[in-house]
Design a binder for this molecule. Structure first.
Ligand SMILES: Nc1ncnc2c1ncn2[C@@H]1O[C@H](COP(=O)(O)OP(=O)(O)OP(=O)(O)O)[C@@H](O)[C@H]1O
Length: 143
C-alpha cells in the first residue's frame, strides 16, 4: 500500500506518476505486477483487476463507473464498497490510460484548480482517491 501525503507542490504527483521518461512509483509497481503475471502466465491462474474509488465529503464514489454513492459493508474479509467495479486489466498502458481518462473526466468537477491533469489521480485535502489493483489467483487474491 502507498500513501502519498504532502503540501501542494511537494511532489506527490511527480513521485507517484512521474513522466514518460522517468516513470513514478505507481507506474513502476504496475509494470512489476504485470511482469510477475507474465512470468506465471502458463499456469493460467492469475488475473489483474482494477478498481478506483474516491472518498469525497464522506461519500464513496466509483470512479470507473460514476453513479450513485457506494454503500460500505462489512464481511468476513473486512470493509468493502458494495458494487465497486472490478475492471479486468491486461497491461500497464491500459491501467495508466484508465487513470488518465478518469483524471480527464473529473478535472472539471474538482473543487481545486488542478496544477496538472494527473493531479486528480492523487489526493488533495478534499478528495481522497483510492486505486486498487487486485491480483487474483485460483485460490486467493491479494492487493
Ligand atoms: N523530484 C522531482 N524532480 C523534478 N521535478 C519535480 C520533482 N518533484 C516535483 N517536481 C515538479 O514540481 C512541481 C510540483 O510537483 P507535483 O505536481 O508533483 O506536486 P503535488 O504535491 O502533486 O502538488 P498538488 O498537491 O498541488 O497536486 C511539478 O512541476 C513537478 O514536475
Amino acid at each position: 500500500m502507498f500513501i502519498c501525503y504532502g503540501a501542494t507542490g511537494a511532489g506527490k504527483t511527480y513521485t507517484m506518476l512521474g513522466t514518460v521518461e522517468n516513470p513514478g512509483v505507481m507506474v513502476l509497481a504496475i509494470e512489476d505486477l504485470f511482469a510477475k503475471v507474465r512470468e506465471r502466465r502458463l499456469d493460467g491462474n492469475h488475473t489483474v483487476h482494477l478498481s478506483y474509488l474516491e472518498v469525497y465529503n464522506e461519500t464513496v464514489r466509483d470512479l470507473l463507473s460514476p453513479g450513485r454513492p457506494l454503500i460500505l459493508r462489512e464481511d468476513k474479509q473486512g470493509i468493502m464498497a458494495a458494487g465497486l467495479t472490478q475492471y479486468r486489466a491486461y497491461s500497464t498502458d491500459e491501467v495508466v490510460s484508465r487513470y488518465f481518462s478518469v483524471a480527464m473526466s473529473s478535472r472539471e468537477q474538482s473543487p481545486w484548480k488542478m496544477s496538472s491533469l494527473w493531479s486528480s489521480a492523487v489526493a488533495t485535502p478534499l478528495n481522497h482517491p483510492v486505486s486498487m489493483l487486485l491480483l487474483f489467483s485460483r485460490d486467493s487474491f491479494w492487493w
